[in-house]
Write a protein that binds this ligand. Sequence first.
Ligand SMILES: C[C@H](O)[C@@H](O)[C@@H](O)C(=O)COP(=O)(O)O
Ligand SMILES: [Zn+2]
Length: 215
Amino acid sequence: MNRKQLSREIIDTCLEMTRLGLNQGTAGNVSVRYNGGMLITPTGTPYDLMTEDSIVYVDADGHYEAGKLPSSEWRFHHAVYEVRPDLDAVVHNHSINCSAVSILGKDIPAIHYMIAVSGTNRIPCVPYATFGTPKLAEYVQQGISQSKAILLQHHGLIAAEKNLKKALWLAHEVEVLATWYMRLLSITDNVPVLSDDEIQVVLGKFSTYGLRIEE
Ligand SMILES: C[C@H](O)[C@@H](O)[C@@H](O)C(=O)COP(=O)(O)O
Ligand SMILES: [Zn+2]
C-alpha cells in the first residue's frame, strides 16, 4: 500500500475504534510501520477531523515532518517496532475495562483461553510513567517483548499486530477479557485461571485456526 492508502487505513482504524466503544475523544493513537519509520496519528486531533494529510511520518531517529506534530506517544510506538520486527501496526486506547484493570496495576491472567490472542498466557501491566516520556517507552518495550498486548498502569492499552485490522481486533478482544476480569474481581479475589500447559495447547491450535487477516 502507498502512503495515502495507509494513512486512510489509519484514520478508518481510529474511527472504528471509537465506533466499537474502545476509545473516547482525542485519547488514543494509531501507527503503522512505513519506510524505515512509521506513519502515526497527529497529537490531540479529533479522529473525525483527520485527513490523509494529517498523518505524520516519523523516521527511525524520531525526526518528523516540519509543520506537523505526531502523537505525543510516538516514542512508545517506535519502541514497539524496534523490539518486535514481526509486528507492523500499533493501536493505543483508553478503553474502559482495560484502563480499569490497569488502575489496579494487575496483569490479566489466563481467565479464558482467548488470552492466547496475546501470544502468551497473560496481558502484562507495565508500571506507570508519565505519558509521552522515554521512561514509558522503556516500560512498553519490556512489556511488548513478552506479549502483543499490554496494559499501561493508570493509563490504557497497547495492542500490536501484523496489520491494522488485526491490531484493532486484538484491542477489542483484550477489552472483552478485561470486562470479564473486572466482573470477576467484583465477586471474588480468587479468580480461577487456566494452566500454562493448556495455554500452550491453545497457542498451537491458534497457529492454524480460521481466516488469516493478512495485508
Ligand atoms: C494525554 C494524552 O491523551 C495521552 O494519554 C496519550 O497517551 C493519548 O492517548 C493521546 O495522545 P496523542 O493525541 O498525543 O496521540
Ligand atoms: Zn493514552
